[in-house]
Design a binder for this molecule. Structure first.
Ligand SMILES: C[S@@+](CC[C@H](N)C(=O)[O-])C[C@H]1O[C@@H](n2cnc3c(N)ncnc32)[C@H](O)[C@@H]1O
Length: 275
């Protein structure tokens, strides 16, 4: 069966750092477990197909849900449950198939993460640790709502990795002035004050920075450490930002180091291609 038949999600080379950061995070979680909690719940809110298809060399590699499943298997001393949510039926079928090897620690839910994530958190107590990976394509389909992210932020022991899509996400829709699109943006950002930023006479990069800051307002109140990486690394107007939030300073430092390494590697690779 071809990769196209298997409905695998295609990824571009610039997305490799997303997996580097996720792998690094799972490695840290395994070696520096979150202290004082009963169970670990890893939530892949935009799960995809488990495996992804690399468009540049036509290879298949593990996507986010498989990486989390592997973590649960390796870190068997930590009571872990992985929950993967996927809204698209054919992708869900593929996901369920590929994750069956990690059953029962890995569970797949077919549906909109906006309702599923809220249901998952209803079942968690303060003694449970949750890691949530929000990795939408564009704003999501259905779009990610700020209320969903806020529910995750309200959990006592939580760490978050979030893909804040700029070029294929907010930037693509910001110029559309229909009431429906404007309501979608307001639900996505959780406030209508983005309209004030858009009215300002500012260079595009500054508008982007202000919108990102607005989006992260509750992250900044909730977490003591936030790290972000622009994708592609070193780009001024990126495809997306990968935002990591935690209260654990040593984990934030390690993630920052991983992000800095990625920037250096990308810089070196680009220079090698040009010379
Ligand atoms: C960028 S892909 C995820 C890639 C995956 N995280 C990985 O790295 O292997 C986004 C996925 O989220 C799914 N999706 C979009 N909106 C969703 C929603 N509201 N709830 C759940 N899944 C959604 C899409 O069908 C797509 O498969």
């Amino acid at each position: 069966m071809s990769n196209r038949d298997r409905n695998l999600l295609p990824i571009k080379r610039h997305s490799l750092p997303k997996y580097t950061v996720l792998r690094e995070y799972l490695h840290l979680l395994e070696h520096y477990p979150f202290e004082g909690v009963r169970t670990y719940c890893l939530i892949d809110a935009f799960a995809g197909t488990g495996e992804v298809f690399r468009t540049w060399d036509r290879k298949v590699m593990n996507g986010s849900s498989l990486l989390m499943g592997e973590f649960a298997k390796k870190a068997c001393n930590l009571p872990t449950k992985c929950i993967s949510v996927e809204a698209n039926f054919p992708r869900f079928d593929q996901l369920e198939n590929v994750l069956s090897q990690y059953s029962p620690v890995s569970e797949c839910l077919c549906g909109d993460c906006n309702s599923e994530v809220i249901n998952i958190f209803k079942k968690l107590s303060d003694d449970d640790f949750a890691f949530v990976f929000f990795d939408p394509d564009g704003l999501g389909n259905p779009p990610l709502q700020y209320a969903t992210v806020k529910r995750a932020l309200a959990h006592k022991n939580v760490e978050i990795l979030l893909n804040f899509q700029w070029r294929a996400g907010l930037l693509r829709v910001l110029s559309k002035k229909t009431p429906g699109v404007m309501a979608t943006i307001t639900n996505f950002i959780g406030t209508a004050t983005w309209k004030g930023i858009m009215r300002k006479r500012l260079p595009p990069e500054q508008k982007m920075r202000q919108l990102l800051k607005l989006y992260l307002r509750d992250f900044e109140k909730r977490f003591s450490n936030i790290q972000s990486l622009e994708i592609p690394p070193n780009s001024k107007i990126p495809q997306y930002f990968l935002v990591f939030a935690t209260d654990r300073a040593h984990v934030a430092d390690e993630i920052k180091r991983a992000m800095d390494d990625v920037r250096v590697q990308f810089y070196r690779r680009k220079r090698a291609i040009l010379t």
